[in-house]
Ligand binder design. Structure first.
Ligand SMILES: *[C@@H]1O[C@H](CO)[C@@H](O)[C@H](O)[C@H]1NC(C)=O
Ligand SMILES: *[C@@H]1O[C@H](CO)[C@@H](O)[C@H](O)[C@H]1NC(C)=O
Length: 244
């Protein structure tokens, strides 16, 4: 190849690459000293475009975010099922840190949420801390000032000669929430006295309750992250998301 051929070839692959990459995804340089900071900034800049949903990437509307069902393993003494879930306040999320370890194939995303409401229908049976709890009906869990540290492993799979990242099942979530409010209507078949007492107990012990139902919260957060992250990762070859 002559010099011009190489230049045209290079231009050609550049055009091809930039045609696949949506404008709102600005790649960061893997080798740059500020890679982590760059990912965090670009992640935040991409959020407003992601919120209404992105059809080409199979990303649904994120605010509000709808989820049919979450069945969470909250330990041997408690069964929680949430259905027809509407998550409000996803637009209060900010990326506070983001990093990729290309050797270990892990992605780390830290998020801050000012105020997120989980509205839906619950079915609960068992014991929470020491208290018996049973019932089904409308639920409203509101979390204020939440920090989430989400980690997932990915593996690379070839599609049409290109490597795409696939999120593995063993994702993890650490969370710290300043204050949570719980409102479960119709507990104990609508027994008002018992229902009021349990709701009062939940709200007075919100930090311990959040620990107990951590698996449920993780399932909800993980669903959002998986549909959003998974949408991007399954549509765009992994190499095109980063600069050398
Ligand atoms: C959910 O609870 C929060 C906090 O108590 C309240 O501000 C909000 O209006 C409630 N949302 C709905 C849909 O009931
Ligand atoms: C997840 O599982 C993969 C193997 O499938 C392993 O390589 C990776 O270290 C695990 N990640 C975490 C965060 O435990």
């Amino acid at each position: 190849m002559g010099k011009l051929d190489i230049l045209l070839f290079a231009l050609g692959s550049f055009v091809l690459a930039s045609a696949k990459l949506p404008k709102f995804i600005e790649p960061c340089s893997k080798s740059a000293a500020d890679f982590q900071k760059c990912c965090t900034e670009h992640g935040n800049k991409a959020l407003p475009t992601l919120l209404p949903g992105v059809k080409e990437l199979n990303i649904p509307k994120l605010n509000p975010y709808y989820l049919d069902k979450v069945v969470a393993d909250a330990g041997p003494n408690l069964k929680i099922t949430l259905t027809n879930i509407e998550l409000q306040g996803v637009d209060t999320l900010k990326v506070t840190d983001m990093d990729v370890d290309f050797d270990k194939k892990t992605v780390y995303i830290a998020l801050h949420a000012e105020r997120v409401m989980v509205i839906g229908t619950y079915d609960i049976d068992g014991k929470i801390l020491v208290l018996p709890i049973r019932g089904n009906g409308p639920i409203n869990v509101t979390i204020v000032d939440g920090q989430f540290k989400y980690r997932f492993s990915y593996k690379l799979e070839k599609k049409a000669g290109e490597d795409y990242a696939v999120i593995q099942d063993n994702d993890s979530l650490e969370l710290k929430i300043t204050k949570s409010y719980f409102k479960l209507d119709n507990l104990f078949n609508g027994n008002k006295l018992m229902g009021d007492n349990v709701n009062k107990f939940l709200n007075e012990n919100d930090q311990d309750i959040i620990k107990e139902i951590g698996a449920t919260i993780k399932a909800v957060i993980s669903s959002i992250t998986r549909t959003t992250g998974g949408g991007v990762l399954s549509a765009i070859p992994f190499n095109e998301l980063f600069l050398p």
